[in-house]
Structure formats: C-alpha cells, structure tokens
Design a protein around this ligand. Structure first.
Ligand code: HEM
Length: 381
C-alpha cells in the first residue's frame, strides 16, 4: 500500500506515470493495490479485469472524480452520474455526436483548421499544444450567446445544444438551465485538451518519422489535387477513405495513451477472481499498460501504424474507454484529427524547435513545452 495516507501519490504524480505503473505491474502482477490521494485503490492492468469493471459489472462501479473537478465543470454533467439521469443525458450527447450528425461538420472543421494553419505560416515559433487549444477556446466564448439567442428565437436545432434544450423526460420535464450549462461545458471540457493533446502528438510523430510523413503526404496530396481539379471541398466520404492517415491516428492514440487510466469506486464489496474489492475503494483501469503490453502490441515503444492493418485483439485498444461511460465524442475526435492532418500534410512542412524528447503532464501527457514548432506553407494556391 506504500506510505500511510500518501501511498503511491508522490510517485505517481511526480514522475512519468508509465514508470510508476509499469514498475508496480512488474513487481506485483496485473492487479495490485496502493493509496492514491489518501484513498485505497485497486489498479487493474489486465484486459479481463478492465472489462469486468467497465462493462460486465459497471453498475457496481460508479464514476468518481475529485470535488474540485465537479465544481469546475458543473455537478450535473453526465460523467459524474450513473443510472437513469446518465442514460438520458448520454442519449442526447451521443445523438448530437453520431456520424449522421457530424458528417455535416466537415466543411466547418476544414475551414477552421485551414485558417488556423494559415496563421501559423512563416517560420514563427508556434507552441503547438497551446495553439491547438486556442482554436477550441473560441467555442466556449460563443456558447452563452448562442443559448440566449436560441431561447429567444425558439430555434429547434438538432445539435448538442438543441438536443439539451429540447429534451423532455417521460413526465414531460425539460432539463434545467444548470443541467444544460453543465453538460454543454462538460462536453467542451471533455473534448478540448484531449483532442489537442493527441493532435500535438500526431504533429510530433509525423515529424520524427520522415518515411511515414511521406506516405501521409502522398495520400493527402492526392485528395487535395483531386478536389482542386474538380473545384470541390473536402467531403465526408473522403474522410472515410484515408487508410494511411487513419492508422497514424490509431497508433498515436495507442502510443500517447493520453488517458492513461480512469477512476471508478466500488459501490459494494465485489469479488473478482478470488480478490475482494471492498466497498468504497477506488478502482483504476490502466489503459496505458494494456496499450503498451508486448503480448498485444509487438515492440510497444515503436511508433508503427502498420500494426493496425490487423484489428487489435478484443479489449486491448481502449483510447476512448469502454462500457457505459465510453467516449461518445470518439467519432468527432477522429474526424477532427483526420481533417487537421489532411490540411497539415497536404500543404505544410514543419520543424520542431529545441529538445526533441521529453513529456510534460498537465494532466494529459504532451510533448515537452507543448512542442514549439515552425510551420511553412508549401504551395500558396
Ligand atoms: C482524442 C480525443 C479524446 C479522447 C482520447 C477521449 C477519451 C475519453 C475516455 C477514455 C472517456 C471515458 C472516461 C471514463 O470511462 O472514465 C471519455 C469520456 C467522454 N468523452 Fe471523450 N475523448 C476524446 C474526445 C472527446 C470529444 C471530442 C468529445 C465531445 C465532443 C468527448 C466527450 C466525452 C464525454 C461527454 C465523455 C463522458 C461520457 C460518459 O460519462 O458517459 N470526448 N473520453
């Protein structure tokens, strides 16, 4: 259990969490216990155990977050809940993020990424991570204005806000303004640093692997050339047919494993393979350990998108979690990454500045100093 009260907290938060988890797993096996932030915790590094907690007996493991996070986002946001309220909110959020809904966003995402990249051109040093986030901050600034306008004009849009504003439960009750605000902000919160972190890793991995970059460039330039010749914009079906880029995105999600683990809390004593997980204990499924297990991913420290030419074994690849709380934004996140990579690889070259290695945690892992980089547009059309 480590030191009384502090347990493994210092080790976990003061160093690369990979080292903490990997060394514990090596010493104690796939299931082990420690104290994190004063709470007794069971850590799970086996895919069967993770499935047991997140899927099979999900009702016995409730989500748990620090109080500060609940306050920051708003306590009515869906990730803090279980049961009927969670199911209701999840349907609304999922509906607005389904492929049918997001396919209409291609043109907007394309225009936004193209203009952001345009503003990076010229060899100034860009803090890649910071800039990836800034583009998203604009969204939250306009949120309250849109809510006001929608309510005033009684607009019936089918997007996330529209779904939240127009939903009625079986008794005809609408969501309160607080529930709407908490969930809209909650989705922005869940969407922001996550996607920005992975995009930053993609910029780095492509930079560090020139052969792969060439393959991605040739895939994306062919699409751009075709669109230019036919006077068309990037469309949804083209985003469904970018196999090389798609594998780079999957491998970036695996390598970076930006959500290294998640937390649940046992709501009753639960037995798993002869171990008792006592009521009130935290349980941590360790996604990163599974993504870096050589049994499932040969030579796991190597960035090798070709490994995804074959589908990974069941429950070994969970960058978006698993079960009732799995990420409803995964299709949108992948769409944004595909479109960003399309614009970047087909039109720009870039050079990382300063140290090429090192990771910082805040709390998601990103390349050191947010990957300071210079960008140049290759062809001015
Ligand atoms: C690469 C980017 C992303 C990654 C790696 C990611 C990963 C995850 C993971 C692992 C979970 C599950 C956490 C758990 O089980 O405790 C999750 C939940 C969630 N994600 Fe994402 N996410 C990403 C982008 C997005 C985007 C773009 C959105 C929305 C537009 C989004 C919205 C959500 C929401 C609302 C939840 C909570 C779902 C629930 O509790 O039912 N995420 N995400």
């Amino acid at each position: 259990m480590g030191w009384p009260f502090i347990g493994g907290t210092l080790q976990l938060y003061s160093q690369d969490p990979n080292i903490f988890f990997a060394s514990k797993q090596k010493r104690y096996g796939e299931i082990f216990k420690t104290h994190i932030l004063g709470c007794p915790c069971v850590m799970l590094a086996s895919r069967e155990a993770v499935r047991f907690v997140l899927v099979t007996l999900a009702h016995l493991f409730k989500p748990t977050y620090p109080k500060s996070k609940e306050k920051l986002i708003g306590p009515a946001a869906l990730f803090f809940h279980q049961g009927d309220y969670h199911i209701r909110l999840r349907k609304l959020v999922q509906g607005s993020l389904s492929p049918e809904s997001i396919r209409n966003l291609v043109a907007d995402i394309d225009a936004m990424t193209a203009s952001t990249l345009e503003s990076w051109h010229g060899g100034r040093i860009i803090n890649t991570f910071h800039e990836m986030k800034k583009a998203r901050k604009r969204l939250s600034e306009i949120l309250s204005e849109i809510i006001r306008e929608r309510k005033e004009k009684k607009l019936l849009e089918k997007d996330l806000l529209g779904c939240l504003l127009n939903s009625k439960d079986e008794n005809g009750e609408v969501l309160t303004d607080d529930q709407i605000a908490d969930n809209a902000i909650g989705v922005l919160f869940a969407a922001q640093d996550t996607t920005a972190s992975v995009m930053t890793w993609i910029v780095k991995y492509l930079h560090d692997n020139p052969k792969l970059l060439e393959a991605v460039k040739s895939e994306q330039k062919a699409i751009r050339k075709q669109n230019e010749e036919e006077g068309k914009q990037l469309n949804w079906s083209q985003t469904r047919n970018m196999p090389v880029t798609y594998r780079v995105i999957l491998e970036s999600l695996r390598m970076a494993s930006i959500i290294s683990f998640t937390f649940r809390e046992a709501v009753a004593d639960v037995e798993y393979k002869g171990y008792i997980i006592p009521k009130g204990w935290k349980v941590m499924p360790l996604f990163r350990n599974i993504h870096h297990d050589p049994e499932f991913f040969t030579d796991p420290q190597k960035f090798d998108p070709s490994r995804f030419e074959v589908a990974p074994k069941p429950n070994t690849f969970m960058p978006f979690g698993s079960g009732v709380h799995a990420c409803p934004g995964n299709e949108l996140a992948k769409l944004e990454m595909l479109i960003m990579t399309h614009n970047l690889a087909s039109n720009y070259r870039w050079e990382a500045v300063g140290s090429k290695s090192g990771i910082q945690y805040g709390p998601f892992p990103v390349p050191r100093h947010g990957l300071p980089t210079k960008f140049w547009k290759e062809c001015i059309s």
